[in-house]
Ligand binder design. Sequence first.
Ligand code: TYD
Ligand code: MG
Length: 453
Amino acid sequence: MKAKTRFYCKECGNEALRWMGQCPACGSWDSFVEQPLKSSGKKRDNSAVVSRKTAERLSELDAENEVRFSTGMKELDRVLGGGVVNGSLILVGGAPGIGKSTLLLQICGELERQNRILYVSGEESARQIKLRADRLGVGNGNIYLLSETDIAGILDTVDELKPNILIVDSIQTLYSEDNNSAPGSIGQVKECTSQLMRLAKDTGTTVFVIGHVNKEGAIAGPRVLEHMVDCVLYFEGMNSAPYRILRAVKNRFGSTNEIGVFEMRDKGLEQVENPSAVLLAGRPVNTPGTCVACVMEGTRPILAEVQALLTTSSYNLPRRNSNGIEFNRAMLLLAVLEKRGGLRVGGCDAYINVIGGLDLDETAADLAVVLAVASSWLNRPIDDDIVAFGEVGLSGELRAVNNTDQRLAEAARLGFKRCVIPQSQKNFVVPRDLEVIRAKNIISAIEMVLGNN
Ligand code: TYD
Ligand code: MG
């Protein structure tokens, strides 16, 4: 006889036939919970209702079918790869209080002109939502509110109302009668998401689902949910309080490199169209240990400040810390500086930080890291009108990166006067008022920017 239950890891959603003390996929202890399996009888019922699909010839399919529409917020459209695809399911994750409900209610204001929207909330009462909507100036006729947590009730309302857009706040509050575990558990979250996904694909309704993140910063059962939905967006705070970053971690209809930047104001979220200026605000001048990098976040160049602090270590094993630059990359750059740059940083405690809570995962940020570290070590400041970008190789050479024109233009736009780039960088246009300094390796870059050792 087949097993009637399955076990799931609460942290990562890994599925197993029997209980285990430690999850083999994510390594967490005591995270397995038991979930009864749906009876196969019910499954057969369902499939009888849904009409049988026929296979279509690929060459005869119309690619135009994938219609996108704008949310009215350029930053959100950008993260989604140029707007929302009709009939897709988008999961928006984030910590409580970060502004997920606000973001979705605000886009309702834009979308209600052409669409009928059903906003389902299992968290707040209709009155609370009304108060917030009034504050945001949203709700002129085409938004319907429903306080419901039973997925069957939601699907019935969708059937009656036939909205083009469904918003569910949040997936953790929903439950399905088909599944007898508690709301918010892996089994329920999975079951409700799959029913919403079916709704989106069968009726062409665009569904936005809000998901809370657990203490590790992942949406409960992330692997389960991530592979089920079309897009996963994360809404995160930046270090400087009112700013928020929206990023895509999965997108079936676009790239996942794009970020959107927002500011939380008293009248809701406002788009930040000039993130570089926000990230560079309050930059210390004439202080050693900081350098401005230019990285591409998707299709947009962004300037960010990299800081480094080197101190003599009082430990046998120096302390190392890196925020915003991947730790191993930062250690590699320190090693290159020691061996090829001639700076004895090996015995120092080293702290590296990117201002604003941005993760710079592009290798183009290497040169700025190296210059910030060198500046701290030499205790000499880098002029505040200098930007640097370029990849650093293991022999200390600087290697060309792409999108030179866009990076240079962004530096010029923000009033920088000089830009340090790899000598091997080719075919670019130098903007007016910007001087390009070309360096072959890290030694010459350090010399040009910080003077001789
Ligand atoms: P909310 O959207 O409720 O967060 P989430 O749904 O992610 O839990 O946002 C809550 C926070 O946003 C709350 O601390 C108040 C703040 N806020 C503003 O500052 N201005 C506003 O106009 C709104 C609606 C909320
Ligand atoms: Mg909320």
